[in-house]
Ligand binder design. Structure first.
Ligand SMILES: NC(=O)c1ccc[n+]([C@@H]2O[C@H](COP(=O)([O-])OP(=O)(O)OC[C@H]3O[C@@H](n4cnc5c(N)ncnc54)[C@H](O)[C@@H]3O)[C@@H](O)[C@H]2O)c1
Length: 260
């Protein structure tokens, strides 16, 4: 998939991984709508990016992925501004084991909400152009991070949702690919704050630190993987692992056979 002229939406775009995703999409010719609830950071990033990549290639919209109303309005504005949506990165996320219901709301419900609102604009069966949706899961979406059970649960759910949507899309003819990104520890604010956000599992701080000591990657490493999942049209239903010593597609077991 060539990115020149394509229209992309990135949630949680103001900082961290979302910022790096937005930059790589712009570098490769896409127009990018930055969605974030952090207005100050979002606006200042949009100003910097529009100086670098051109006034008409970026848009910042304040948008909390927990709000159906804000999400609908943001996608509508994207279509009005850039003529459609080809790429969605459901990236906004949080880690706070004390705020477990909010964690589920942002990390899982936000991804489902973003996907369903985007489908209304991207689905080829209802007049959309098709495209690709990449959900930011985590390595914690494939195996447990013991100090963060709720974060782990949301990310496993994102991987499952992504794979099921990939199958549903292929079987229905939506023309949309769905893939999940599964990074290990990435140097962002989320990671800097992790030890203070373990809530009932704060006694597992040292264990968490041991995991982190094995290696932390940069946001640009994750952005390169996003580019691969977006541009490689053979990828659908994949979970791409990226960590300090490894980049690989998760080999899932084949479907269980129905007993005879
Ligand atoms: N940093 C890591 O080690 C790591 C590893 C694997 C996966 N992830 C995932 O990557 C994604 C991005 O995380 P990050 O590390 O860049 O975090 P970050 O805290 O640096 O940035 C997150 C961005 O999302 C925004 N955001 C948070 N809640 C939002 C909401 N409800 N609506 C809209 N925007 C919201 C924040 O304002 C911020 O700009 C998350 O889904 C996270 O779970 C992070």
């Amino acid at each position: 998939m060539a990115l020149s002229g394509k229209s992309a939406v990135v949630t949680g775009a103001a900082m961290g991984i979302g910022k790096a995703m937005s930059e790589i999409l712009l570098q490769n010719g896409a127009k990018v709508v930055l969605l974030d609830m952090n207005e100050a950071a979002g606006k200042s990033l949009q100003e910097a990016l529009s100086k670098q990549y051109g006034q008409d290639r970026t848009l910042f919209l304040i948008c909390n992925v927990e709000s159906e109303e804000q999400m609908k309005a943001a996608f509508q504005k994207t279509v009005e501004t850039f003529g459609g949506i080809d790429i969605l990165c459901n990236n906004a996320g949080m880690l706070n084991e004390s705020e477990w219901e909010k964690t589920v709301s942002v990390n899982l419900l936000g991804v489902i909400r973003g996907t369903y609102v985007a489908l209304q604009h991207m689905n080829k069966l209802t007049g959309g152009r098709g495209g690709v949706i990449v959900n930011t899961a985590s390595l914690a979406g494939l195996g447990p991070l013991p100090s963060c059970p709720v974060y782990t649960a949301t990310k496993h759910a994102v991987v499952g949702f992504t794979r099921a949507m990939a199958g549903a899309s292929a079987a229905s003819g939506y023309g949309i690919r769905f893939n999940a990104l599964c990074p290990g520890f990435v140097q962002t604010d989320l990671l800097s704050n992790i030890l203070a956000r373990l809530g009932p599992f704060s006694h597992l701080e040292a264990l968490t630190q041991t995991f982190m000591d094995k290696g932390v990657i940069n946001t640009s490493d994750v952005a390169k993987c996003l580019l691969e999942l977006v541009t490689d049209e053979t990828k659908n239903g994949e979970a791409l692992i990226v960590k300090s010593d490894l980049k690989m597609y998760m080999p899932f077991p084949t479907e269980p056979k129905t007993p005879k």
